[in-house]
Design a protein around this ligand. Structure first.
Ligand SMILES: O=P(O)(O)OC[C@H]1O[C@@](CO)(OP(=O)(O)O)[C@@H](O)[C@@H]1O
Length: 462
């Protein structure tokens, strides 16, 4: 049975038009929305006008003067760039069934916004403006630092040049900037975020899809924090190769539980060793037993973190499933993301029930989540932007603590192995056999991992 997402039900297409001066975190917000909606299977894409502009005017020629509103040639190039991006976006809506397109640019004048508005209306696409208005100097400085160290405009430029040039660019934009307001723009759909989300103005939010985007951006914060992920320690069912159930930890699983506090301290590092973590587990015994030696007071159980419900196959081994339900076994291998166990769940079902968890995670600071193989794959896929076809096949080994550090444009990943052996619960496609005994050496068979100088894995979550 097909599973419908909201985009099928509503038949709405939305163009999110970013608005705001440079260094207001617009690209970061835009990318996060795309990552979140894609994770929910809503076809979304970001069109960054800056990268179109770089194709028109080569990087080496770009200085702040290009953005001087009295520079006619500069204005012409910039208009060409926004035209090219909007044409591509409209094509994508029509030819690739796009549902949410994001036009990532400053769109800082009413004249520019009116042109985009007209184009959207001609193409029956709902325009939704998302302004990031920021007057907090510390936030702006932090953003400037991010932009000048990550923007291709300033690659190979010296630091002082980049800072001064970028500040001048902002000044030029300020000369013509028209912020959105409830009076002049009262007939438009818009969200205005003031200083991230210390104040939010909402106007004419009409469709369900728009309200989902609103709810998501309202929950974002930019405070530095980390998220730790771990599977429960090896369970008695893991030893026998049975899936599902509510088994106790094995003797080695208990050893992992006892060692976990030490691994967390190691991962926090000396200077952060007193950081207070909140621990989230599922309602199943194996995750709670794994959390039982952690010294943190706040431990919450979430039903939404329970393992994939295997329905009629609960308690069976993969070999038994292959013998008793050969068609189901094959159907699952053919499309593991969509396959729903008889009377149970699919990976897609897990993603749907995890949505409130993701929302809460966006609001929270330091959290340690102890959960299960399939659930961890889905959470990891959200943070690392892993496509649906790959995520159910990622190998997430037992007895390994994973740390995620979300940064402006990427997420850092590091892993600490407990050095306590555990069985492998990884089943390759096309076989019912589990892998060799392993001790957590790979996290993903299908993705190339880029490591930094400290051995941490870096993946861009674009
Ligand atoms: O989707 P697949 O690869 O079958 O992995 C999910 C399975 O992982 C298991 C272990 O085999 O998780 P868990 O260790 O948390 O119990 C099963 O319970 C669950 O059905």
């Amino acid at each position: 049975m097909p599973v419908y997402s909201i985009s099928h039900v509503e038949n709405v297409r939305v163009c999110v038009v970013m608005v705001g001066l440079p260094a207001r975190g617009k690209s970061l917000i835009a990318q996060k929305i795309v990552r979140y909606l894609s994770w929910l299977s809503i076809n979304s894409k970001c069109f960054n006008v800056g990268s179109y502009r770089r194709q028109i005017v080569s990087d080496t020629q770009v200085t702040a003067e290009l953005f001087d509103p009295s520079n006619e040639e500069g204005m012409k190039y910039r208009q060409e760039a926004v035209n090219a991006a909007t044409v591509d976006m409209m094509k994508w809506f029509l030819e690739e069934n796009g549902v949410v397109g994001i036009l990532d640019a400053t769109n800082s004048t009413r004249e520019r916004r009116d042109r985009i508005l007209k184009l959207c209306r001609e193409n029956l696409i709902e325009p939704m403006f998302l302004e990031s208005f920021c007057s907090d100097q510390d936030l702006i400085l932090q953003n400037i630092l991010d932009v000048k160290t990550t923007s291709p405009d300033y690659a190979n430029r010296d630091n002082d040049f980049a800072t001064n040039d970028f500040l001048q660019r902002i000044k030029y934009y300020e000369e013509v900037y028209e912020t959105m307001d409830e009076n002049t723009d009262s007939d438009l759909t818009f969200i205005k975020l003031i200083n991230v989300n210390s104040q939010i103005i909402l106007n004419r939010i009409e469709s369900y899809l728009e309200s989902r985007i609103v709810y998501y951006v309202m929950n974002l914060h930019i405070k530095p924090r980390s998220i730790w992920l771990s599977r429960h320690g090896e369970s008695e069912f893991n030893l026998t190769g049975q899936i599902g159930g509510d088994a106790n930890l094995s003797e080695r699983g208990w050893r992992y539980a006892k060692k976990l506090p030490e691994l967390v301290l190691k991962s926090l590092g000396e200077e952060n060793k007193h950081t207070n973590l909140t621990v989230w587990t599922s309602t199943l015994k194996r995750t709670q037993q794994t959390a039982s030696f952690l010294p943190y007071k706040k431990k919450l159980q979430w039903k939404a973190l329970d393992e994939l419900d295997a329905g009629e196959c609960d308690g069976m081994t993969y070999e038994q499933i292959e013998q008793e339900f050969p068609e189901d076994f094959k159907a699952r291998d053919d499309d593991k993301y969509e396959y729903r166990y008889k009377g149970g769940e699919s990976y897609r079902d897990i993603v749907i029930r995890l949505e409130p968890i993701i929302m809460e995670l966006e609001r929270q600071e330091n959290i340690l989540i102890i959960t299960h193989q399939a659930v961890l794959r889905c959470l990891y896929a959200y943070f690392m932007n892993v496509p649906q076809e790959e995520s159910p096949w990622m190998s997430i080994p037992l007895h390994t603590l994973i740390k995620l550090e979300p940064r402006a444009y990427l997420t850092l990943v590091s892993r600490i192995k407990a050095d306590i052996p555990a069985v492998s619960t990884y089943k390759e496609k096309g076989t019912s056999q589990l892998g060799e005994l392993m001790n957590g050496d790979s996290i993903s068979k299908s993705r190339d991992l880029i490591k930094d100088s400290e051995g941490r894995v870096i993946l861009e979550n674009k």
